[in-house]
Design a protein around this ligand. Structure first.
Ligand code: NAD
Length: 411
């Protein structure tokens, strides 16, 4: 497994070479401002106490409070969280919202925990970290395997410890617990807006065939929205494998089947495929929406999609990027493609602090406005520099961070 932080640093260096990014900006971005490692004791249902390792990486506060999700995963480690935190700094910058970057994680298989154990772990993590969080300091959100319910436990623990009742320290909360309308679907919908803004510019047909790896919050939402918009979802998967049907999959039927049976195994209306096969299917758009390092040296030459919409963070390695660019396969990079989540998290934070409630139409319209503008800027930058969309997005983000470094408050 490649180290995702090494990949993220390599992406930084490549972007710097493609434009005029001063060395001090790259140096600043290469090192997180602060890293916290905690050991969380959790009383298990058996009565024994187990320790879980957790992390919070506060990468940059140059443009605003640290912002980024918390991931629960057996393979979560400090290097993964560092990479995700750096990408968050670039993502909030490319979205041009007044937030910085951060990320958190706990090394745990949440599927092996009872609901009570999961709640005690979530609350315990906040007890370890609460002094380092806050609406103007660091604002976590959900990521892989963390849900609005988990956010509500974290908010409740934070309120108990600090007395802060703004609920603005966490985003991605349930709507009846201070969450924003539209946050649940924001990452998938945001990906759809970015795709629409760039589709014709990238020479993709009006109606595309799409393969989606991962059918969680992000991949499931994107598949549903794309299919409702008349595109053909030919394949979709979860961690154990996927299903394929050239004429198009009924996304809701697949989701209902998974809900009832726990997996896609035995789904009657499509052919079973592995996740490795899904990535290599002939289609217009491939959407990785699960984890890092999916498109690598090992499989990149066999990718048949015309474009890749990165809804997962870090699914393509730098070496694979080069091969894809050389083959004319466009990669719409994660820091732009999946920025919808953090943009609506920012809207949620803002509503909490001003005591406002925006309608879902309002949230989605503001989201679309930001992503339409920034997608076109990124594409124009790529054309001007004759480079790929990732380097272009990094360049735009880095130059905004440079401006923040040079602002008078920095001293
Ligand atoms: P999730 O937990 O809701 O879903 C993850 C999905 O990936 C599940 O369907 C799971 O079965 C699948 N999966 C896990 N391991 C896999 C594997 N090895 N191969 C194939 N599929 C696998 O998580 P999510 O919130 O949908 O996040 C998915 C990706 O999107 C992550 O990379 C995350 O960082 C990124 N992301 C999420 C948000 C957000 O708002 N939730 C925002 C931006 C980016």
């Amino acid at each position: 497994m490649q180290n995702p932080f090494e990949n993220a640093l390599e992406q930084l260096r490549r972007a710097a070479r493609a434009g005029e990014v001063p060395a001090n900006v790259i140096e600043r971005m290469s090192v997180p401002e602060r890293e916290i490692t905690v050991s969380v004791p959790v009383v298990m249902d058996t009565g024994e106490t187990r320790l879980f390792e957790g992390y919070r990486v506060q990468h940059s506060s140059l443009r605003g409070p640290h912002k980024g999700g918390i991931r629960f995963h057996p393979k979560a480690d400090i290097n993964e969280v560092r990479a995700l935190a750096l990408w968050m700094t670039l993502k909030t910058s490319v979205a041009d919202i007044p937030m910085g970057g951060g990320k958190g994680g706990i090394t745990v298989d949440p599927k092996a925990l009872s609901s009570g154990e999961l709640e005690r772990l979530s609350r315990g993590f906040v007890r370890m970290l609460y002094r380092d969080l806050g609406p103007k300091v660091d604002v976590p959100a959900p990521d892989v395997n963390t849900t609005p319910e988990i956010m509500s436990w974290m908010v409740s623990e934070y309120e108990k410890l600090t007395g802060d009742t703004t609920r603005a320290t966490f985003t991605g909360k349930p709507v009846d617990g201070g969450g924003s309308l539209g946050r649940g679907s924001a990452t998938g919908l945001g990906g759809f807006y970015v795709f629409n803004a760039l589709r014709a510019r990238l020479g993709l047909p009006e109606k595309c065939t799409v393969a989606v790896q991962g059918m969680g919050n992000v991949g499931g939402t994107a598949a549903r929205i794309l299919s409702e918009a008349g595109h053909t979802v030919v394949a979709i998967s979860d961690s154990r494998g996927g299903v394929y049907k050239a004429e198009g999959i009924d996304v809701s039927a697949v989701e209902d089947y998974k809900h009832t049976h726990g997996s896609l195994a035995g789904y009657p209306d499509a052919v079973a495929i592995t996740n490795a096969e899904l990535l290599l299917l002939p289609c217009d758009v491939l959407i990785p929406a699960a984890l890092e390092n999916q498109i690598t040296d090992a499989n990149v030459n066999d990718v048949q999609a015309k474009a890749i919409l990165e809804l997962a963070n870090g699914p393509t390695t730098p070496e694979a990027d080069d091969r894809l660019f050389a083959r004319g396969i466009h990669v719409i990079p994660d820091i732009l493609a999946n920025a919808g989540g953090v943009i609506v998290s920012y809207f949620e934070w803002k509503q909490n602090l001003t005591n406002e409630t925006w309608t879902e139409e309002d949230v989605n319209a503001r989201l679309k406005d930001i992503l339409d503008t920034q997608s076109v800027l990124v594409h124009d930058e790529a054309l001007t520099r004759a480079t790929d969309l990732r380097r272009a997005a990094f360049l735009i983000a880095l130059l905004r961070l440079k401006a923040a470094m040079e602002a008078p408050a920095e001293g």
